[in-house]
Design a binder for this molecule. Structure first.
Ligand code: SF4
Ligand code: SF4
Length: 437
């Protein structure tokens, strides 16, 4: 297969959060820290109810090799450890910590060198979560055997249309991003770094070039522009475009010799290597037509939606509101403001609720728009029909498992058909009918 033609939804040059610096949240009274992030295995607590903990202290460790270290986001007292629902609809243990307003913290021990084995151990210790692959970052490198990396891709743009975290981090924390990228390069022995940006962001490319030239950073790098079309930063699409290799469910971008990191991962890795800082907070974009202070926020792990909404401000407090974690094309609607924001949250959209938007779907008019927009070259309309017909063979023939669930087909459909939702269901159906293979 050749290079995938880049389809998708054209993104605007600027969004309402472009260029806004990162805001730190004011200290909260309580932090309810989830011990699981999406696909990542639940960690087990290493603290007990009643314990005093410092900011940065280890509070949970991996139960198996697919977990991450979790650190306290605050100095305080452990009030409870209990099961609670997460923003992705699963129950997991949470550690409830009450802030004691002391300014005490612990760091990771200093490292002696930046040899690759030391760096990978620091990556493991730091608790860094990979929000592209939804796995502990170190696992990508620790258990993949002797891979030869052709390049390290650093995403300086964002996966979601309502998200500007990576471009903002590059704008305001360029030193840490560039240094962190260098540590990833050392660790992977990749011969060079490719910074990937959309063609909306040429100014940031100049900023990278200028920074590297002025600071005489000693590494080989390239800049690659891709058309600003959602979901161009999806790793499967990027790997295919940049490594010219097809990636499917049975292979990974690591098999194509491509390591992928984001500007945010580079920033966090740099802080872990140079300052011994474990990961306790996530940069999250807050956007939508019902929020007063849109922007990028540094949110400690375990802050509730309720606290965040109070801080960011709501335009219309008396009307119902939609809370969406992720973007408007494929985000997950939240129904409970007590849910915690976690290290896997990238963006949150607060929208005024409009009951008339939830109109009925109409019959397919065979316009072909879904087909034209699908970035994976699938036929969404036929996939939907195969699902409705319970036709597992046809789903397989139509390469159902290649769907990346981006939502472009539903977004573009003039008949407002629930195509993506049905395809997601169909993937589960197809998995079951194939014995989960
Ligand atoms: S079929 Fe899947 S990959 Fe294609 S547009 Fe729809 S959601 Fe995206
Ligand atoms: S975009 Fe909607 S109406 Fe058009 S072919 Fe696809 S499913 Fe049918």
């Amino acid at each position: 297969m050749g290079i995938v033609k880049l389809k998708g939804i054209r993104l605007p040059k600027n969004t309402s959060t472009t260029g806004i610096d990162i805001t730190s949240l004011r200290p909260m009274d309580f932090y309810n820290v989830p011990l699981k992030f999406k696909n990542i295995a639940e960690a087990e607590p290493v603290v007990n109810i009643g314990d005093e903990v410092k900011e940065g202290e280890l509070i949970a460790k991996p139960a198996g090799k697919f977990g991450v270290n979790i650190f306290s986001p605050v100095c305080g007292k452990v009030l409870n450890i209990f099961d609670k629902i997460t923003s992705w609809g699963e129950y997991c243990k949470h550690i409830l910590i009450m802030n004691n307003n002391k300014d005490e913290f612990v760091d990771l021990p200093e490292i002696e060198s930046v040899a690759d084995t030391v760096l990978i151990e620091r990556l493991r210790e730091s608790g860094l979560v990979d929000n592209i692959a939804n796995m502990p970052s170190f696992l990508k490198y620790a258990y993949t055997g002797q891979k030869v990396y052709k390049t390290l891709l650093v995403l300086v743009d964002d996966i979601d249309p309502n998200c500007t975290i990576n471009q903002t981090i590059l704008e305001y924390k360029i030193e840490e991003v560039v240094n962190g990228a260098k540590y990833f390069m050392n660790m992977t022995s990749a011969p060079h770094i490719t910074f990937v940006l959309s063609d909306n962001n040429k100014r940031l490319a100049d900023k990278i070039r200028k920074h590297i030239a002025e600071n005489k950073k000693n590494y080989d790098y390239k800049i690659k522009f891709l058309p600003a079309k959602y979901p161009f930063t999806n790793p499967y699409i990027m790997s295919q475009i940049i490594a010219h290799k097809k990636i499917n469910k049975k292979t990974s971008f690591l098999d194509a010799g491509v390591a992928i990191e984001t500007a945010e991962s580079c920033y966090n890795f740099c802080r872990a290597v140079e300052f011994g800082k474990p990961v306790t907070r996530k940069i999250v974009t807050i956007d939508g037509n019902n929020v007063i202070r849109k922007g990028n926020y540094a949110i400690p792990n375990g802050v509730s939606y309720e606290n965040l909404i109070d801080f960011a401000g709501i335009v219309d407090k008396n009307e119902p509101m939609k809370i969406i974690e992720g973007n408007l094309l494929h985000g997950v609607a939240q129904y409970n403001k007590e849910i915690s924001i976690s290290l896997s949250t990238n963006s949150i959209v607060l929208e005024k609720y409009n009951p008339f938007e939830m109109g009925d779907e109409f019959n397919c008019i065979s316009c072909g728009k879904c087909l034209k927009v699908c970035p994976m070259g699938l036929n969404p309309q036929r996939l939907e029909t195969a699902y409705l017909d319970n036709d597992a063979d046809e789903l397989e023939n139509l390469r159902i498992q290649s769907c990346i669930e981006c939502g472009c087909c539903s977004y573009i459909c003039p008949s407002k058909r629930y195509i993506t939702q049905r395809i997601v269901n169909a993937k589960h159906y197809n998995n079951l009918s194939n014995g989960g293979k």
